[in-house]
Structure formats: structure tokens, C-alpha cells
Design a protein around this ligand. Structure first.
Ligand code: PRX
Length: 573
């Protein structure tokens, strides 16, 4: 790992985090806790701290949300956010939804999504955000596992919710102008129009459930990662020192709230810091995106490597058609951020792109680059003050600098997941090395304490920053009538980081063809979700399996990459 590192010097002089080393040496989370009203009142609720508190402090007319898509363009103040989330809390209460109940939100971005989410939090419900691209199987798995009692959705997505098979799901709240009554259906607009603006907020314990994000591992169905209200400490603090949010910032996080970045840093961190939060609905387009920055004079922008690579692909000329001079701080998360993208960002935006590392399970940012710290392009940065990261071997021994191993975080930290829903043994696996959370990523740390991502230890796929479990895709594939067996891997891709590639052996009577490939891909797309559908399919007569019948993805990957297949002693034949 002997390499020439280039360094992009820090130039920010007025960053919230003045000196990384100094902050680390004297850090105390209690000092951060003092920023919250509950430090004195003892009354806790994330949504109160994120919204209501600012209204009480006189920021009621400040814009909380700039929302736009192809058909809407709205500014919502903190005062309006409070009113609308209070009303939604009352809508849920009237339905009998109570503290600890799971309320799912399954719809495209819209102001109503944010009212519903914050309103649910206000009554102490545990929110389950679902990405709008999920199809029936994905929706079913999550609603079944969590035993959700209510879901907020739109008529377009309704057919993907197998209501008849989900007896615990009592209320389907529809956001629409054309409501059609049916048993269990609730008219969002009508109920909101009638709901009281006075809500008795549910004061919860710091350790009570806040949000449930489903995410994938290499085996089994997606697991429900539970975060608690206490996470606000880290959301607030990283919003301050990593996003570097200040009073007048207009902040834009491009992630969808169906994923953890879209909630921790698309809702909680910006609102806790009283920023004006830009939400852009609809699909990616370089022009739309740059226009969003130009129109709203976005100052802090948090996006992802695949998006930056696509913007790079759209060319420097596209950048030059817009006035992006409002930008003062740019960040990235979700996948390895290529050094050439960092260099390109410096050239065209005149901004350093600050990589940040964290996971659904960590709830908040952990290893980051800060405005006041030098950047080493290709490195994820250094652990936030108040936390420790290390590279450990499989027995939990800390490895010296420049040795590759398991990226681990010293437990606990404020936004750490508190359980896996219904699955305590899965939870414990993460903490199997005493005192450490084992991330599943491999990395090394250089002699100056910068962390460098190397890959996943397991078979989890990261395609365009979205985490996909091969098992989920394989399970769907084998439901196709032509498929006998399937093995799924992530294949390196210059744009998307990885793409999903499926190796398939066919049932007797089926012949390989391009039509069949297309049909199989479509089957996954319609049944599970577009982002989980294989972009490449290769038919094989046989797949490599262990003697116990497990498909050996590592051999598939070696085939794909033209690498030696390693130890095959456990292979079937
Ligand atoms: O492999 C790491 C990769 O994304 C995984 C976490 O995915 P998810 O839970 O969906 O959360 C995504 C955003 C919080 C990690 O285990 N990952 C995340 N950030 C980076 C990264 N890989 C390289 N560099 C990063 N900055």
C-alpha cells in the first residue's frame, strides 16, 4: 500500500469544526446533549427538537422545506411543518395508532411524506420508510416482518400492497385528490382538513424506537434496523461539524427517504440544525439538478458517487450553463468516491467533495472528511470526535496502520442501531468481537489516521449506492418458471460502482436466449424492484455449489473477474 497520496488542503477558516484534533482530544457527548431541550425538561421527542423547538424560538416563518418536482413548487415554513405534522399526529391518534406501533410510508417524495413522517414520530410511532420503487414482494416482506398497523401511500402504489394478506395492517392512508372509499382506506386530505392543530406530543424515552430501515445482508431476507430517538444527538452534531450547517444555509441532500441517508441527513440532521432543506422529487437529470442548486442557491450539497460520476459524464459544459456559485460545501456518501471525481469537483465546482462513510446500521456519519481538514482523495476520512474506529482482524485484535482488515467501530455511539427487528441473533453478529461493531467492510488506516475503503467482506452488492442482498434477488429469480438455480454477484462497473449480475441454470425444456434473459430481468423488476433486477445474465449448465448445496458466489465472482477460483475443496463436483 505504498503509494503517493495527493492532498487537497483545507481552506475553510470559518468551519463549525475549527480543529479536528482539538475537538477529538476534549470531546464529551454530554456537551452536545445540552443543546437539546430535554437536557433540562426531560421530555424527549425527535420531531419536537427538529421542528417545534425552532418555532418556539421564533423561527416559525423560516423556510423548512423547499419542495419541487415536475408539477409542484412549494416552500413550507417551520411553522407550517409544525402544524401539518401535528395534524397528521392527530389523524393517526384518531385511527387508534399509538406509541410503538409501526407506521409505514410508501410514496414518492412530496411535502406530505415529510408531514406524515414527522407526525408519526410525534405520537411515538416507529416509522418505516419504503422506497417507492419497491414492488409487491419487497413491500410484503417488510410489512409482514414489522407487523405494521398503518401505511401512508398513493393510489399508484396501492396495487403493490397485498392488503388482504396482511391482517395486522388496519389502515391504508391514501394521499390523493381522487379518493375512492373502501374498507380500511383513509382519505389523507379529508382527514387532514378536519384534524385539530393542537397535538399532545408523545414524550418518549431516549431509547424508544424512532425509525425502522430495512437493509440487506448477504443471506436471508432484508432485516429491520431499529434506531431510537437518542440518535438525534449524533444527527445534530454531525449536521453541525460534517455538513457544517449554519444559520442561513440552504441544504440539499439528494437521497430518497426510503434509504437511511434520506432520513438521517434528508430530515433529521438538517431540521435539528434549523436549515432550509431542499427536496427535489422526480428522477435524476443533470440539468434539473444544477437548476435546483441555482434556483434555491443551495449552499451545502450532499450526494453520492454515482450521481457525481453521471454529472461528470454530462460534461463540464453542462456545469457552465448554470450559476453554482452559491455552493460552499459538498459531500458524498454510499460508495467509494473515486479520486478523479474529487479532482473533477475541484475543477468544475471549485469545491472539495467531502467523502463520508457510514451505514444503515450506524444511523449516522462515522468516518468523514471535514471542511477544516486536508482531504486525501480516495480516503473516507477520519472518525468523528467522540467515536473510535479501527482495523481489526477476525479475532478483534487491532491491526497496525496500512494493514487491511475489518473496519470496526468502538461501541457504543449515540445513533448506533439498537436492535434488528425480530432478530436478536442477527443483531449480535455485528457485535461478536467484544467492544466492537463489525461493519462488514474491509479497509486500512494509513499512518496519519485516514481510513481507506477496500471492499465488502461479504457478498452484499452496492449498485449506484443502493445496497442489495444477493439472496433476495436469487430467491426471486428461482420463482421464474425457466430458472432452476441462480447465483448473484456484484460486477464492477465504472458508472454504478457495481451492477447486479446473475448466473442462471435453466430448467429442463428451456433454451438460453436473449428474450429469456430480458424476461427474467423483467420478472425481478416487476416482482421485487427495479434496482434489484440483474443488468447482466449469463446462462450456465451448472453452478458451482458446496457439498451442502450452497451456491458459491465467490467462485462466480472469480469467473467473472478472470481470477483464480481459490480453494475448491468444498465444491460439489
Ligand atoms: O460498503 C459500505 C458502503 O455502503 C455500505 C452501507 O450501505 P447502506 O447501509 O445502504 O448505507 C449507505 C449510506 C449510509 C457500507 O457498508 N459505503 C457507504 N459509504 C461509503 C461506502 N463505501 C465506500 N465509501 C463510502 N464513503
Amino acid at each position: 500500500m505504498d503509494k503517493q497520496v495527493d492532498i487537497i488542503k483545507a481552506t475553510a477558516t470559518d468551519a463549525n469544526l475549527k480543529s479536528y484534533e482539538e475537538a477529538r482530544s476534549s470531546f464529551d457527548w454530554t456537551e452536545v446533549e445540552k443543546e437539546f431541550s430535554w437536557y433540562t425538561t426531560g421530555k424527549v421527542n425527535m420531531a419536537y427538537e427538529a421542528i417545534d423547538r425552532h418555532v418556539e424560538a421564533g423561527l416559525g416563518d423560516k423556510v423548512a422545506l423547499y419542495y419541487s418536482d415536475a408539477t409542484r413548487d412549494e416552500a413550507v415554513t417551520y411553522g407550517q411543518m409544525k402544524t401539518n405534522s401535528d395534524k397528521f399526529g392527530n389523524v393517526l391518534r384518531k385511527l387508534g395508532v399509538a406509541k410503538g406501533d409501526r407506521v409505514f410510508i410508501f410514496m414518492p417524495r412530496s411535502p406530505e411524506l415529510y408531514y406524515s413522517l414527522l407526525g408519526s414520530v410525534k405520537i411515538g410511532a416507529i416509522v418505516g420508510p419504503l422506497f417507492e420503487a419497491f414492488m409487491e414482494q419487497a413491500v410484503r416482506d417488510r410489512l409482514e416482518d414489522s407487523q405494521a398497523v398503518a401505511i401512508v401511500t398513493t393510489p399508484a402504489l396501492l396495487p403493490r400492497i397485498p392488503v388482504a394478506d396482511l391482517p395486522h395492517l388496519k389502515h391504508v392512508i391514501l394521499v390523493t385528490d381522487e379518493f375512492e372509499a373502501a374498507p380500511g382506506r383513509v382519505d389523507y386530505k379529508n382527514e387532514m382538513a378536519q384534524a385539530s392543530e393542537q397535538l399532545d406530543i408523545e414524550w418518549v424515552d431516549r431509547e424508544d424506537g424512532l425509525i425502522l430501515h430495512y437493509t440487506s445482508g448477504s443471506t436471508g431476507k432484508p432485516k429491520g434496523v431499529v434506531h431510537v430517538h437518542n440518535a438525534m444527538i449524533q444527527h445534530y452534531y454531525t449536521g453541525k461539524i460534517v455538513l457544517d450547517l449554519k444559520k442561513d444555509d440552504v441544504y440539499w441532500c439528494t437521497a430518497d427517504p426510503g434509504w437511511v441517508t434520506g432520513t438521517s441527513y434528508g430530515i433529521f440532521a438538517p431540521f435539528l440544525n434549523a436549515a432550509s432543506n431542499v427536496i427535489r422529487g422526480g428522477r435524476f437529470s443533470p440539468q434539473d439538478w444544477y437548476n435546483t442548486i441555482q434556483r434555491h442557491k443551495v449552499t451545502v450539497w450532499y450526494s453520492a458517487p454515482t450521481a457525481f460520476r453521471m454529472l461528470m459524464g454530462a460534461g463540464d459544459d453542462t456545469v457552465n450553463q448554470f450559476d453554482l456559485s452559491s455552493l460552499r460545501h459538498v459531500l458524498s456518501v454510499g460508495e467509494p468516491l473515486n479520486p478523479e471525481v474529487v479532482r473533477w469537483g475541484l475543477k468544475v465546482y471549485n469545491q472539495r467533495i467531502h467523502d463520508t462513510w457510514w451505514m444503515t446500521e450506524t444511523g449516522g456519519q462515522l468516518i468523514c472528511n471535514y471542511p477544516s481538514m486536508d482531504i486525501r482523495p480516495g480516503s473516507m476520512g477520519k472518525p468523528i470526535p467522540g467515536t473510535d474506529a479501527a482495523i481489526v482482524d477476525d479475532n478483534g485484535n487491532v491491526l497496525p496502520p496500512n494493514r487491511m482488515g475489518n473496519l470496526a467501530i468502538k461501541t457504543p455511539w449515540p445513533s448506533m442501531m439498537r436492535k434488528i427487528w425480530n432478530n436478536p441473533s442477527k443483531y449480535e453478529e455485528y457485535f461478536r468481537l467484544k467492544g466492537w461493531y463489525v461493519s462488514g467492510d474491509s479497509a486500512y488506516m494509513d499512518e496519519d489516521g485516514y481510513f481507506w475503503f477496500q471492499g465488502r467482506v461479504d457478498d452484499v452488492i452496492n449498485t449506484s449506492g443502493e445496497r442489495v442482498g444477493p439472496f433476495e434477488v436469487e430467491s426471486k429469480l428461482v420463482e421464474h418458471p425457466a430458472v432452476a438455480e441462480a447465483g448473484v454477484i456484484g460486477k464492477p462497473d465504472p458508472l454504478r460502482g457495481e451492477i447486479i449480475k446473475a448466473f442462471i441454470s435453466l430448467r429442463a425444456g428451456f433454451e438460453p436466449s436473449e428474450e429469456l434473459k430480458a424476461d427474467i430481468a423483467k420478472f425481478v423488476k416487476i416482482g421485487l424492484s427495479a434496482h434489484a433486477s440483474p443488468r447482466e445474465i449469463e446462462f450456465k449448465d451448472k453452478l458451482p455449489k458446496t457439498r451442502s448445496g450452497k451456491i458459491m458466489r465467490r467462485v462466480l465472482k472469480a469467473w467473472e473477474l478472470g481470477l483464480p477460483t481459490g480453494d475448491l475443496s468444498t465444491i460439489e463436483d
